[in-house]
Design a protein around this ligand. Sequence first.
Ligand code: FEO
Ligand code: CA
Ligand code: CA
Length: 651
Amino acid sequence: MPEHTKPLEIEDIGSNPAPRETIGELIERRLSRRAALGGLFGAAAAITLSDQLLASGSRALAQGVSPSTLGFREIAHQLGERDAVPEGYESQVVIRWGDAVLPDAPAFDPRAQTAAAQATQFGYNNDYVDFFPLPRGSRTATHGLLVVNHEYADTQLMFPGMGDDETSRLRASREQAAVEMASHGLSVVEIRRDNGRWAPVAEGRLNRRITASTPMRISGPAAGHDRLKTSADATGTRVLGTLNNCAGGNTPWGTVLTAEENFNQYFGGAAAKTGTQAAMYKRYGIVEKASYSWPQYEDRFNLDREPNEPNRFGWIVEIDPHDPDSVPVKRTALGRFKHEGCTHAVCPDGRVAFYSGDDERFDYIYKFVTARPFDANNPQANRDLLDDGTLFVARFHEDGRLEWMPLVHGQGPLSAANGFNSQADVLIETRRAADLLKATPMDRPEDVQPNLVNGRVYAMLTNNTRRKPEQVDRTNPRAANANGHVIEMIPPGAGTDKVDHAATEGRWEIFLLAGRPGVDAGAQYHQQTSAEGWLSCPDNCTFDAKGRVWISTDGAPSTHKVADGLYAADTDGAGRALTRLFYQAPVGAEVCGPCFTPDDETIFLAIQHPGDSKGSSFDNPSTRWPDFEAGMPPRPSIIAITRKGGGVIGS
Ligand code: FEO
Ligand code: CA
Ligand code: CA
């Protein structure tokens, strides 16, 4: 979600009451010393760059050749009504907001929307994208299930006559609110590529819509706890819907994980200030006035009626996309916070580690490690693997060490003396538990994702304009960080075939510091990054088969006058951190969910909130992408980018 869409009172100002104040040694001093060595700029290289890498980078520079392994011709930064791909590539819309998902979906009519129709059509504001080849277990790259998150609703762009500001959300009628609820959640859509074109399979047997009202189960250590009980559910194990599904991930056993992020904004009521859970609400950014009209129409969003309902959100939800009748499960063992995504790596002993960022200024990076190994030959044994394991939070030490601290009831400060009477309490108030363990407050962690080629884990830290100079540390090295940065976490064994993602110690490094070189203080990339290759506000990422990182962005400061985009870079070798611009979105959009097919010949992107720029509305949008038809508002869409004539993307 870009910052300008957030109502003032819940703006993402950070709700961590006491972010650790580390008076960092000024990183620039170290950077300038390293720069003098003649390699990459600054911090990207500061801690670990090998002499060999320095030498090869310098050699390539001297010879005037790019050390990047990426072969596409970089596009130019732009800010326009249309999107752009490199020469030799083409993009197509696979599915858009309002397109049919279920066979009985009516044709999309943006002036006559109903909740019933929306519940059969592709939802709004697509974020996470995953591709599960069909038949199941194959590596097919032309037929599969597309799984997509629908994060939130932009009322002013969805409905006519709402004006051009976000307060329109509060003016949504009962029926409009119901449409918004149906536009949330996920879509599962069977897609196929024929004659080079991707298209949904209209009668796809597995096609499914999940919304803010779909029945779900709650499992794990917090299931059934009193704080999860409501008047509609005395068991504390059944809940309606999933909210603000941002990024996600999947499991080795073929399910998808969807992350509930800014769930706070749907709830409101006086109890936010006066209720017995007011302190907890505050830590999660739940305030008296919801951002949406929903509490007016449904008691479950009204804190004064259902004070425990928000405790049933902020979880990772596991969904089996291959069974449209399956009940989604909220896995409480993975903690409750504003989960951005949830990506995994299998450890040498078969246990599985899941990484997740808590996207708020001054919040933390987590990982969950299953107690038992994943069994590829016994699907039944994996069914509830996510209910049993250990949740850890990260502390980044100034000397480059990374420490993973377990969030286990009874250990250290996580005791009754601090109000934690059980592991359920620790999980329901994960943020407060992590505060007490003195985790490292980060610059808004978005995607945290393992690179399975080099074994390192990459964290996108999107920005944090509230960090003060006295709060700077080596991991978050810039005050008023408007452009964000990318760090690498390095588990023991990284670079070998035995990477220990379950380890409680590791190392970390900075990969790049975003922003426009020469304009934004401290921006650091490879020395040969071009005038088009710099980026701002990294959000989602993925890796191709060669281990190169593809980074999508969300929310470059308006002073940059560039749209969000997709950038690619080598992660190792002489072209490390040499980012190149591959795709640029239409005005107002963020780029989400980069996802390759198994052959790397298609990359799917979620183009979220196109036209969401200042003064833009349904009636007078800043773009009508992708249809460009009179009267048709901009439509969040999944696009597929391929090479003309075929071939591996970026090769
Ligand atoms: Fe929904 Fe953190 O982006
Ligand atoms: Ca974001
Ligand atoms: Ca995001």
